[in-house]
Design a protein around this ligand. Structure first.
Ligand SMILES: [Fe+2]
Length: 279
């Protein structure tokens, strides 16, 4: 039995379509989504509708990511994201969602334990078990700390956009990377496929090419750049190169903000950081 794991789609419909083609071609019946379905790229409803349609002939499991939580919080508390960079990108997504989408996000758990058939039991989360914003990576001790307390033999999580396979004490911790905004220096959509047998688990990280040009073109057609000029340009740069431009930009803006005493949300700081990064 095979299960596909898709995380951090971030409204990248074209990357998602490439994953769906792979899933169909390889006759994978079960699909687990690990959250961050939307934001960063345009047309969030198109992605959500595609996910819904795909569930028509596949068994799917869902949890929410921090981006869904941002949308829920904005809706519940009547918060308004401001235009400009990060906030403007969230505002674009929020304005393009329907009430039913927010209601769906609200219904999703932060983590879950899934059992399929007799021998496939595993845990899924976006970040940690209780907090979607926990960053678990093998670059520090967070993956080690997580696996020590891991409740199932296999656990699959996302959020960092950095794929890894980590094994310790007979347990497996897997991150499939990001479908829509991969930042590992390559521009291909990332996902994972796990084959379950009665006595063993075989995880595999998969990378797939997709129509990046179409994804980039839609930034210009959709109006997203007008809401979030610099942030949208960092995402375009990621799609074109696979380099982690949004993180680099955040770090630069923090530095510029510290040096000047100006607010982190000051768009001029973001414009200066973009210039320094050459995007
Ligand atoms: Fe996330």
């Amino acid at each position: 039995m095979k299960v596909a794991f898709l995380s951090d789609v971030h409204s990248n419909y074209h990357a998602l379509m490439s994953c769906y083609q792979y899933i169909e071609k390889n006759r994978i019946d079960y699909v687990c989504y690990l959250g961050d379905y939307i934001s960063d790229l345009p047309y969030p409803v198109r992605t959500l509708e595609a996910i819904k349609e795909f569930a028509g002939n596949h068994t799917c499991f869902y949890i929410k990511g921090n981006r869904e939580e941002y949308m829920e919080n904005a809706f519940k508390n009547n918060l308004l994201f401001k235009k400009g960079s990060q906030q403007g990108s969230l505002l674009y997504t929020f304005e393009n969602l329907r009430n039913e989408d927010i209601a769906w996000f609200t219904s999703l758990p932060v983590s879950s334990e899934v059992t399929i058939g007799d021998y496939a039991t595993f845990g899924i989360s976006h970040g940690g078990y209780d907090n979607s914003r926990d960053i678990i990576t093998i670059c520090d001790n967070t993956a080690y700390n997580f696996i020590k307390k891991q409740r199932t033999r296999l656990h699959v999580l996302g959020h960092s956009h950095k794929p890894f396979l980590y094994m310790r004490d007979g347990k497996i911790l897997l991150n499939p990377g990001s479908v829509g905004v991969p930042v590992s220096g390559r521009t291909r959509a990332q996902m994972a496929v796990v084959s379950f047998y009665s006595d063993t688990i075989m995880p595999e990280l998969v990378e797939l090419s997709y129509d990046t040009e179409a994804a980039v073109r839609e930034f210009y057609e959709s109006g997203l750049l007008e809401y979030a000029d610099v942030w949208a340009r960092t995402i375009i740069a990621i799609l074109k190169t696979g380099e982690h431009y949004n993180e680099q930009c955040i770090q630069l803006v923090k530095k510029l903000s510290g040096q000047s005493g100006r607010d982190f949300s000051d768009e001029e700081l973001w414009q200066n950081a973009a210039k320094m990064l050459g995007i």
